[in-house]
Design a protein around this ligand. Structure first.
Ligand code: HEM
Length: 462
């Protein structure tokens, strides 16, 4: 790691409080809208602390050993909270994200080959194609990188799932899906504050209409796919194959549907946010950006087969990993204790909530050198070698670690390579970047950046 910060750039973050805010502040003003606001400094210094939120007993754990205990070694004692399942299940059914126990175990086993490295190589040309097509639309000037990244990853995941099925891969289809997801957010609010009438808000009503529409379209599509003697090699075909053995076609179709929606939900906003924050950080540190762009240019020169390209982009991968350290796309991972336990020497009662915040763990003063600064050298091979395996957890950890992690990393690196080889990204004058989060972390009001053509870019990325 370098001794000095590369420049005096301090990545945007909310101010820390000297003391813990009173509970009522969590329900009013900025902390009620932005989960990153209102954190006390000591949260980033202590391995463990406890907070009672009305009747909820919450243990906030940042010690890597204890994180390992919750997510791996004693995982049977820490299931996901039922709230998460209730929120998502009317969209994602009983898919991998929302199922538990034997149903989850069997799906995870059957889906492992779908995400094996060999199977993922097949998607590399798709990543490159979608990234290039998006950049073809840009002209020098200001663009909203957050919106562009979301459109790109939505197109990637829908085409990885459904190939060229127009009813499911157009911008309109992706807008429908976003509307259905927005309704999930409303539902959560209703459940949390005990106000179920919120579920009948206009957002929730529209969400319900589009949810039915999407599920009907998907059901028709899957039936056609099951009858296709020569289907394309996309996720849908692989899911139908994985679930086909020993099940009725209807049962296989239902599981494939639930998981298609699950991949869509889990797999594109997250990756889009990782891209967005990577570009924000590099826009502020042109030396890092130039180095990443030179690497991308060299890797892409000569029209190398996209399947072989990831190993040629080690620095870009360090940048992406650093961006997910500072701005973890999933800010919190919650579990509920099924039985009494002990974490960091503290008693955990059955029913208590254990909350692990990558947002906090990744900026913890005991775990990281200069934790709030941007330095891709945090991910040099030497730095990684000396690290606890549970101190960097953007994809979670243990048995329920993100199944799409390798897909997301390959996608993120390849998209960034194509964009950086062609364009320079610089801050937009007059725009202050500020992170905001519910579970996902995004820049408030989008991320306007200035793009300009790199001189070497046109040859490199076409
Ligand atoms: C940068 C991108 C991504 C990030 C940061 C991310 C993060 C996460 C995290 C933190 C979890 C664990 C949640 C928990 O334990 O409570 C998770 C689970 C999951 N992710 Fe991702 N994810 C990303 C991309 C993807 C992609 C591309 C897909 C699919 C194509 C995907 C599918 C899933 C699924 C299905 C699960 C549930 C796994 C299980 O419970 O067995 N994710 N993800």
């Amino acid at each position: 790691m370098t001794d000095e910060a590369p420049n005096d750039f301090h990545p945007a973050m909310p101010a820390r409080e000297e003391h813990l805010l009173p509970i009522w502040r969590m329900f009013f003003g900025e902390p009620s809208k932005n989960a990153l606001v209102g954190w006390p400094s000591f949260a980033f210094e202590k391995p463990y602390w406890f907070r009672r939120v009305i009747t909820l007993r919450m243990h906030l754990v940042s010690d890597p050993e204890a994180i390992g205990q919750v997510l791996l070694h004693n995982v049977a004692n820490y299931p996901k909270p039922p709230l998460v399942k209730r929120m998502l299940s009317n969209l994602a059914g009983e898919g991998l994200l929302t199922s538990d126990g034997e149903a989850w175990r069997e799906q995870r086993r059957l889906m492992a080959p779908v995400f094996a490295p060999g199977a993922l190589a097949h998607f590399m040309p798709l990543f490159a194609q979608v990234a290039k097509a998006r950049a073809d639309r840009w002209t020098p000037g200001q663009i909203d990188v957050a919106a562009e990244a979301t459109r790109t990853t939505a197109e990637v995941i829908s085409r990885a799932l459904f190939s060229d099925e127009l009813a499911l891969t157009t911008r309109e289809a992706s807008e429908h899906m976003h509307a259905a997801l927005a309704a999930v957010g409303e539902y959560r609010l209703g459940v949390l504050v005990g106000a179920p009438w919120l579920d009948r808000s206009p957002v929730a009503r529209r969400g319900e209409i589009v949810r039915k529409f999407i599920l009907a379209r998907l059901t028709e599509f899957i039936a056609r796919r099951q009858a296709d003697p020569d289907p394309p090699h996309d996720f849908m075909t692989r899911l139908l194959q994985a679930f086909g053995n020993g099940r009725s076609p209807q049962a296989a179709a239902k599981l494939a549907l639930d998981n298609a929606v699950t991949f869509y939900i889990a797999g594109h906003e997250t990756t889009a946010n990782a891209l967005t924050w990577s570009l924000y950080l590099m826009s502020q540190d042109q030396a890092v950006q130039d180095r990443a762009a030179a690497e991308a240019h060299a890797a892409l020169a000569g029209g190398v087969d996209p399947e072989d390209i990831s190993p040629r982009l080690p620095y870009l991968r360090m940048v992406l990993e650093e961006a997910m350290r500072l701005y973890p796309p999933v800010t919190r991972i919650d579990r509920v204790a099924a039985a009494d336990d002990e974490l960091c020497g503290h008693h955990i009662r059955k029913g208590d909530m254990v909350s692990i915040w990558p947002w906090v763990v990744h900026r913890h003063t005991r775990l990281w050198d200069r934790p709030d600064l941007f330095d891709p050298e945090h991910f040099s091979p030497e730095a990684k070698a000396g690290r606890h395996r549970f101190q960097y957890i953007p994809f979670g950890a243990g048995t329920r670690v993100c199944i799409g992690a390798q897909f997301a990393l390959a996608e993120g690196v390849l998209i960034l390579a194509h964009w950086l080889a062609r364009f320079r990204f610089s801050p937009a004058p007059g725009h202050d970047v500020f992170p905001t989060a519910d579970v996902a972390i995004r820049p408030r009001g989008g991320l306007p950046l200035m793009v300009s053509l790199r001189e070497t870019g046109l040859m490199a990325a076409r």
